[in-house]
Design a protein around this ligand. Structure first.
Ligand SMILES: *Cc1c(COP(=O)(O)O)cnc(C)c1O
Length: 427
C-alpha cells in the first residue's frame, strides 16, 4: 500500500463516539479535570492520516502526532483492523498466564534490535523506572556497588514519576516535589570530559557509578542530536568499567529518526534501552529491553498489571509490521530531508529570529534566538491559527514530529504555514 492511499476522508462521523453524551464544554472540562496541562483552546474530535478536526469542524495538519506517538497517523486502516479484531478476541488477561501475541512482539523487537530480552509496561516513564530498577539490581548483584549512582544529562527528559523526574536533568520538573529519589548525578550532554570526571569523582567507598542513562537525541530538552564521537567514547568507557549504558529511546525509537532505533544513528549498541511513545502508534505500551548478560530480573522483581496485554501488543506488532511492509523508514528519511531543507530555507530568511534547524528523520527542531522576542509558544500558536499543529520543545525550540506516513505534499503545506506564521509574527 502506498503512503498516499492511507490518507482517507474520515469514514465515521464525530457523533458516533459510543460514550460521549453531551457536547464539549470547556468550562465543565476545566472544573472536572486537574489543571496539570497548559492547553490550547482547541478540542480535537476525529482524525485521519495526518489530519485532525476540531469540534467546530476545522481541519488541521497534525505535526504533533500525540507528541511523536501516532506513528501511523490517525485511523490507519491496518491499526483499526488489528485492534478491532483483537478486542473482539481477547483484550486483557494477566501476566500470570502466557500471552502469545506478547511473545511474538518480543521476538520481533529482539530480531530487529541489539536486545535479547523484553519487559512490557505502559508508558515511557514506567519503562525508564524499569530500566532504573534493572540497573540498581545489576549494580548490587554483579558490580557489588552498595550505593549505585546513575549518571544522566542536563536538559534530559525521562518522565514524570518520582524516579524519572529525578533522572530528568531539568529543575523545572523537580520543583515542589522534594524529597527526590537519591542515586542520580547530572552531567552536561555531549561533553565526554564531564562524564570521565564524574565517574572518577563519584567512585568512593560503597558508592559508584552503575549506569549512564542518555537519550540518543534529546527530544523534550530542545531536539539536540547526540554526538557520534561522544556516544562511541561512552560505549568504550562502559565496556572498560562494566557500567551499564542505558538509552532512553522513548521519543526517538520505532522509526522516528529514519532508522528503527535512535542508537543506529550513533554507531553503538546500548546494554539496556527503553521504548514507548511510537511503539503502539497511540495505544499505550512501553518496553524495557536489555542484553542477556544484564537480564537480572527474577519472578517477583518487577511487574505491571496492564503491561503487555493482548490489545496493546497486537497494536504494537501491527505498527512494527506496517513500518516494515510499507517501507515507512524510507519515507521518514525522505520527508525528513524535505522538511529540514524547507525549514532551513525559512531560517535563512529570518536570521535575526532563527538560530538553526536540526534533527534526524522526522524529529526536527527550529531554535529561535533568545533575544528575538519570539518564543516557541508564539510560533506554535500562530501555526495553529494557520491550520498546523506544532509543539514546543522548551521555550526556544519549535518541534516537528508528524506521523511517519506524512506525504511530500503535507510537508509542503506545513512549511507554508510555518513561513506564514513567522512572517506574521515578525512584521
Ligand atoms: C515522553 C518521554 C518520556 C515519558 O514518557 P511517558 O509515556 O509520558 O511516561 C520519557 N523519555 C523520553 C525521552 C520522552 O520523550
Amino acid at each position: 500500500m502506498s503512503i498516499e492511499t492511507l490518507v482517507q476522508e474520515p469514514s465515521i462521523p464525530a457523533e458516533s463516539s459510543p460514550v460521549l453524551s453531551s457536547p464539549y464544554d470547556p468550562t465543565s472540562f476545566d472544573n472536572s479535570v486537574m489543571t496539570t496541562y497548559g492547553r490550547f483552546p482547541l478540542a480535537l474530535e476525529r482524525g485521519s492520516g495526518c489530519r485532525v478536526w476540531d469540534t467546530e469542524g476545522k481541519e488541521y495538519l497534525d505535526f504533533v502526532a500525540g507528541i511523536a506517538t501516532c506513528s501511523l497517523g490517525h485511523a490507519h486502516p491496518a491499526l483499526v483492523e488489528t485492534v478491532t479484531r483483537q478486542i473482539q478476541t481477547l483484550h486483557h488477561v494477566s501476566n500470570l498466564f502466557y500471552i502469545p501475541v506478547q511473545g511474538e512482539l518480543a521476538k520481533w523487537l529482539i530480531a530487529y534490535s541489539s536486545a535479547d530480552r523484553v519487559f512490557f509496561c505502559n508508558s515511557g516513564a514506567e519503562a525508564n523506572e524499569g530500566a532504573i530498577k534493572l540497573a540498581r539490581k545489576y549494580a548490587h548483584q554483579v558490580l557489588n556497588i552498595d550505593e549505585p549512582l546513575i549518571l544522566t544529562a542536563n536538559a534530559s527528559f525521562h518522565g514524570r514519576t518520582l524516579a524519572t523526574i529525578t533522572a530528568t536533568g531539568q529543575p523545572k520538573y523537580q520543583k515542589d516535589f522534594s524529597p527526590l529519589v537519591p542515586g542520580f548525578h547530572y552531567v552536561p550532554y555531549n561533553d565526554i570530559k564531564a562524564v570521565e570526571n564524574a565517574i572518577g569523582e563519584l567512585d568512593s567507598g560503597d558508592r559508584g557509578v552503575a549506569a549512564i542513562l542518555l537519550e540518543p537525541l534529546q527530544g523534550e530538552g530542545g531536539v539536540r542530536p547526540g554526538d557520534v564521537a561522544y556516544f562511541k567514547r561512552i560505549r568504550e568507557i562502559c565496556d572498560e568499567t562494566g557500567i551499564l549504558l542505558i538509552l532512553d529511546e522513548v521519543q526517538v525509537g520505532v522509526g522516528r529518526t529514519g532508522k528503527l532505533w535512535g542508537y543506529e544513528n550513533l554507531g553503538i549498541e546500548p546494554d539496556v534501552f527503553t521504548s514507548a511513545k511510537g511503539l503502539g502508534g497511540g495505544i499505550p505500551i512501553g518496553a524495557v529491553m536489555c542484553k542477556q548478560f544484564c537480564d537480572v530480573f527474577k519472578p517477583g522483581d518487577h511487574a505491571s498489571t496492564f503491561g503487555g496485554n493482548p490489545f496493546a501488543c497486537a497494536a504494537s506488532l501491527c505498527v512494527l509490521q506496517t513500518l516494515e511492509r510499507d517501507n515507512i523508514l524510507q519515507n521518514v528519511q525522505e520527508r525528513g530531508e524535505q522538511l529540514r531543507t524547507g525549514l532551513k530555507a525559512i531560517a535563512a530568511k529570518y536570521p535575526h529570529q532563527i538560530v538553526e534547524v536540526r534533527g534526524w528523520g522526522l524529529i526536527n527542531g527550529m531554535e529561535l534566538k533568545a533575544d528575538s522576542n519570539l518564543t516557541s509558544a508564539d510560533v506554535v500558536k500562530a501555526a495553529i491559527e494557520r491550520g498546523l499543529l506544532l509543539v514546543p520543545a522548551g521555550p526556544e525550540v519549535v518541534r516537528f514530529v508528524p506521523p511517519l506516513i506524512v506525504t511530500a505534499q503535507e510537508v509542503d503545506t506545513a512549511l507554508d504555514a510555518v513561513e506564514q506564521a513567522i512572517k506574521a509574527l515578525v512584521s
